[in-house]
Design a protein around this ligand. Structure first.
Ligand SMILES: [Mg+2]
Length: 167
């Protein structure tokens, strides 16, 4: 089977980590549970795009924390029968940092295991694990959503989504 695993907020804690920088810089007190929509413009004092751009460097080069449950899942799923890919719809500027981080973390990782794609439904995967419903719905693969405050407002059964609690 070909298994795709998203990066931000699936493999590691991108939003949670960036919020700790943001709260200090903007004297705000937003936590992860406050982010109930994927677009954070209504919650933050700066545009979502700027939020990710501003904190990308410290996050990817230093402070991101991997979710242990996803690390365990990756360890278990990487068998001779399965191929595992990281699938990210990231800002292109962050690709070198992501590549470095994955290289430092997984001894089996090579660049051909990283798929950068803004249309994940187009991928020929058997399973996709992702926190963003927009990446899962419509895909011709088994859909596993990583439970986050911004993806709870949906009937999982209607879209044949399996929910994974990792926090
Ligand atoms: Mg994500």
């Amino acid at each position: 089977m070909k298994i795709g695993v998203d990066l931000d907020n699936t493999l590691f804690n991108t939003v949670e980590n960036a919020l700790s920088y943001y709260n200090k810089d903007y004297n705000d007190n937003i936590n992860l549970e406050d982010i109930t929509e994927y677009d954070m413009d209504k919650k933050l004092k700066i545009p979502t795009r700027d939020f990710f751009k501003k904190y990308a460097m410290p996050l990817y080069t230093n402070t991101l924390v991997f979710y242990p449950k996803i690390l365990n899942m990756i360890h278990d799923l990487r068998t001779q029968e399965n191929s595992l890919y990281f699938v990210s719809s990231c800002y292109y500027e962050t690709i070198p940092w992501r590549h470095e981080l994955l290289s430092d973390t997984f001894d089996w990782y090579t660049l051909d295991k990283l798929i950068v794609c803004n249309n994940k439904q187009s991928l020929n995967l058997d399973i996709l694990v992702d926190d963003c419903l927009d990446n899962l719905i419509g895909g011709n693969f088994k859909k596993v959503v990583v439970d986050m405050p911004w993806n709870r407002n949906i009937d999982d059964n209607k879209y044949d989504i399996t929910r994974l609690h990792i926090r």
